[in-house]
Every structure is written in C-alpha cells, then in structure tokens.
Design a protein around this ligand. Structure first.
Ligand code: AR6
Length: 170
C-alpha cells in the first residue's frame, strides 16, 4: 500500500528517494519547478539529461513518459523527469497526464525508491485546471500498485494545495 501525503512547500527541499520533475521533452531545463530543480541540484543533472538525449531520446522524451537521473546536490537520490501534456480545451489529454504519474511510479519502482515527491505536473506553465490536475494525480496514484511506500505531493502554492486536499478527501 502506498501512503499519500500532501504538503505545501518547495520540492527541492524534500528528503526523499526520488523527486519528480515536471520537465519538457527537451530535458534541457525550463522555468517553474524544472528551473528550480536544475538550479538547486546543480549542473550534474543537466549533464545526465544531455547524455540521455544523446543515447536514448534523440527526439526528446515523449509526453507521458518518465526517465531518471542523478539528483545532483538535491537532498534526494534521483530526479525522475516526466513530461506532462499542455492543457487543451478541445482535446482530452487526461490519459497522458495520468501516464506521467504511472510511468514515474514505474521508474521509481525500478530504482527501488521508497519515498517519492511529486509536484502538480502540468498545473503551472502547461495550464491545466487545478481541480482536474489534482483529481487525475490523486486518482492515478491511488490506482497504481507499486513498491513505493510514500507518495508525497509537494504543492508550491495554497490554491494547488487546496485542490489536492479536496481530491484526496473525495
Ligand atoms: N516546488 C514544488 N512545486 C513547484 C515549485 C517548487 N520549487 N516551483 C513551481 N512549482 P510548472 P508544468 C509548481 O510550470 O505546468 C517548465 O518550463 C507550480 O506552482 O513548473 O508541467 C518545463 O520545462 C505548479 O503548481 O510545470 C516545461 O516547459 C507546478 O509546480 C513546463 O514548465 C507545475 O508547474 C512544464 O509546465
């Protein structure tokens, strides 16, 4: 059984086995939580991402998939990079967002990570409505069997924290 916990805070400060990054396909960094992880984790993470681009993901990491690197100087062992879908009003991309959580947990399992911190993937720059993003995140983690003991959602702002708290209560 995976225990789900919620906190409002900064994911780069979490002492967990693996921290999930809401990356983009390039794996070469960006703004939001991605920028914060690379800033706090230092250049080792980018070096590892460049190697992944060169070896396995010449065209970039596809949306909905996940891949691990070192966590550099973060107080975690690994960063699991996943690429959320950009929100669309005309197309239902929920399955791709659910896939981010499933694939990240699968990678965490492969690594033997017992504790995993997730941000609200796609709920920032990628524009996902908070209630929807929270419902998909919580629902998918609940429905995905894994050896992970604790999934900690680390929500940066009060509005996102409240949306996740509501999804957890439902
Ligand atoms: N800790 C936890 N959550 C954070 C932190 C932090 N330090 N910083 C921001 N958030 P976003 P996306 C929250 O935009 O929507 C990047 O440029 C933020 O408040 O980081 O998946 C990538 O390279 C929001 O609730 O990710 C991609 O190009 C949540 O993290 C693109 O943004 C996700 O917001 C991905 O967009």
């Amino acid at each position: 059984m995976t225990r789900i916990t919620l906190i409002q805070g900064d994911i780069t400060e979490q002492k967990v086995d693996a921290v999930v990054n809401a990356a983009n396909s390039s794996l070469l960094g960006g703004g939001g939580v991605d920028g914060a992880i690379h800033r706090r984790g230092g250049p080792e993470i980018l070096t590892a991402c460049r190697e992944l681009r060169a070896s396995q993901y010449g065209k970039g990491l596809p949306t909905g998939q996940a891949v691990a690197t070192t966590a550099g100087r973060l107080p975690a062992r690994w960063v699991i990079h996943t690429v959320g879908p950009v929100y669309s009003r005309s197309e239902d991309r929920s399955e791709l967002l659910a896939s981010c959580y499933r694939e990240s947990l699968r990678v965490a399992d492969e690594l033997g990570a017992a504790t995993v911190a997730f941000p609200a993937v796609s709920a920032g720059i990628y524009g996902w409505p908070l209630d929807d993003a929270a419902r998909i995140a919580v629902g998918t983690v609940r429905a995905t069997p894994s050896g992970v003991k604790e999934v900690r959602f680390v929500l940066f702002t009060e509005d996102v924290h409240d949306a996740f708290a509501q999804a957890l209560a439902d």
